[in-house]
Design a protein around this ligand. Structure first.
Ligand SMILES: C[S@@+](CC[C@H](N)C(=O)[O-])C[C@H]1O[C@@H](n2cnc3c(N)ncnc32)[C@H](O)[C@@H]1O
Length: 213
């Protein structure tokens, strides 16, 4: 017999999975279906939660005892990495994405995890030095997946470094454009490229980490 836990059902066909202690809805979740029916169809790959978010969260959880006061999660999609920072550290999180259609999914994931983040519809190019410099961390997961994203992502990171964002962490499943971007940042500013695997799982990736202090 199914056991009802809030709106999650403990059945063989669950509607929510757990990642890093957070509730993440499957595509079959009735609220996800309702958002789709309302016509929200992300068009720049913000259609689901990507593995790089889990890799980034695991890296932060394993290496960072003390969290930041403020975080920008750039290209947030469904927003798990920023939501995890809000939940774990109590950080004020701006969840930024160019695609307004991801925002209802972001808000659902935040609600399922009982946290609040601030949704912001903006492109990487629009994150200016003032905003970046006033924020402790810039994080992003799987945002450099096309050649045409190399320049906007590179210059966003450059602005963050130059304006004093304290820590920058960009995770990726090892796509070519990401390495093009990372090579430029590493040679111009330094930093570290960290290979990361989540426990003994098959979930792995690479993270560009810049300590800017
Ligand atoms: C592959 S998804 C990754 C989403 C999320 N970070 C995750 O790991 O699940 C890439 C996200 O970047 C966003 N994006 C693409 N180009 C962007 C731009 N120029 N400015 C801001 N967001 C952008 C997309 O809308 C999409 O949500």
């Amino acid at each position: 017999m199914a056991r009802v836990i809030g709106e999650h059902m403990a059945t063989s066909n669950p509607i929510v999975k757990t990642i890093a202690g957070l509730h993440v809805p499957y595509a079959r979740h009735p609220r996800v279906r309702a958002i789709k029916r309302q016509g929200h169809h992300p068009s720049i790959h913000g259609t689901k939660l990507w593995n790089s978010s889990g890799v980034l969260i695991d890296y932060i959880a394993s290496t960072t005892p003390l969290g930041p006061q403020s975080v920008i999660d750039a290209g947030c999609g469904w927003g798990l990495a920023g939501i995890w920072c809000a939940k774990t550290f109590g950080s004020a999180v701006a969840s930024v994405d160019a695609d307004a259609s991801v925002m209802p999914y972001l808000e659902l994931v935040a609600e399922l995890n009982d946290v609040q983040v601030t949704p912001v519809v903006a492109r990487f190019e629009q994150l200016d030095a003032g905003l970046l410099g006033a924020t402790d961390w810039l994080i992003a997961a799987d945002v450099c997946f096309w050649e045409e994203l190399v320049d906007p992502v590179t210059s966003m990171i450059e602005r963050a470094i130059e304006s004093g964002t304290k820590r920058i962490m960009i995770s990726d499943p090892r796509r070519e454009p990401f390495f093009t971007m990372a090579d430029t940042i590493l040679s111009d500013f330094g930093g570290e490229l960290v290979e990361w695997r989540v426990g003994t799982s098959r979930q792995s990736g690479v993270i560009l980490v810049i300590e800017n202090t």
